[in-house]
Design a binder for this molecule. Structure first.
Ligand SMILES: [Zn+2]
Ligand SMILES: [Zn+2]
Length: 230
């Protein structure tokens, strides 16, 4: 970086550190960073829709009939990284946090309730795209938000890249407790890429949707901890 005698340093983009052009004077982030961020935001809703499917949860999971290790630790429901991006606290929440911060800086009220993550993601990205020119001009923390949007985009992309989706996969043992004996059912559970519904073939316990996968995982971990798993 060139410094003049009085050590004035030319303003640099807060996101990528490149010196700003004269035509970008007064901006906090450079135009290429703005353009890339706008593109990533525009792609996020479609990435999220793909992520929010049962099939993407199952990529790379062990196929039914594949040899098992004999370990007492069940194969966990696959792709919990995908689940944590798709569920509350994931992509939608991280986008909402950015929107709320921008709204606070603009003196606006916090983001309105936008419903489920699937409903909220397109709304948050729309808000962020509409206000990105302002943020690149005037929002002090734009550098970290551009980083966060890049991370979100690459986490979603990475989660969607992987092996071909298998058919039916093992997702660990049924953690349901028998009402009379208190023992754990322990039947191998399976799930198919076509539907998020999981039902135990032994005791009939059901996990109807992806939100329930989290409960299932928690119950399986608890069963392992207490040594109750078969
Ligand atoms: Zn830049
Ligand atoms: Zn069961």
């Amino acid at each position: 970086m060139n410094h003049t005698a009085d050590d004035y340093s030319w303003p640099a983009c807060m996101a990528c550190g490149h010196e700003l052009w004269v035509s970008e004077a007064g901006r906090l982030a450079c135009r290429p960073c703005e353009d890339k961020t706008a593109k990533r935001l525009a792609e996020l809703p479609a990435l999220f829709r793909q992520l929010n499917t049962t099939a993407s949860l199952m990529r790379g999971a062990r196929k039914v009939g594949a040899a098992t290790s004999g370990s007492r630790v069940p194969p966990i429901p696959p792709r919990l990284g995908v689940l944590s991006l798709a569920a509350a606290g994931g992509v939608a929440t991280r986008l909402r946090d950015i929107e709320d911060a921008w709204r606070a800086a603009l003196g606006w009220t916090v983001a309105p309730w936008r419903g489920s993550p699937a409903e909220a993601v397109p709304e948050h990205t729309k808000f962020l795209i509409n206000n990105l020119p302002w943020a690149c001009d005037a929002y002090d923390s734009i550098g970290q938000d551009i980083d966060e949007i890049r991370r979100l985009h690459s986490e979603c992309t990475a989660a969607l890249t992987g092996e071909r989706r298998p058919g039916r996969v093992n997702i660990g043992y049924c953690p349901a407790a028998d009402e009379e004996t208190g023992g754990v059912c322990g039947k191998q559970l399976t799930a198919s890429a076509g539907s998020p519904r999981i039902q135990c073939g032994n005791c009939g316990t059901e996990w109807p949707d992806m939100a329930a996968w989290r409960d299932l995982r928690r119950a399986q971990e608890a069963a392992i901890e207490t040594g109750a798993a078969v």
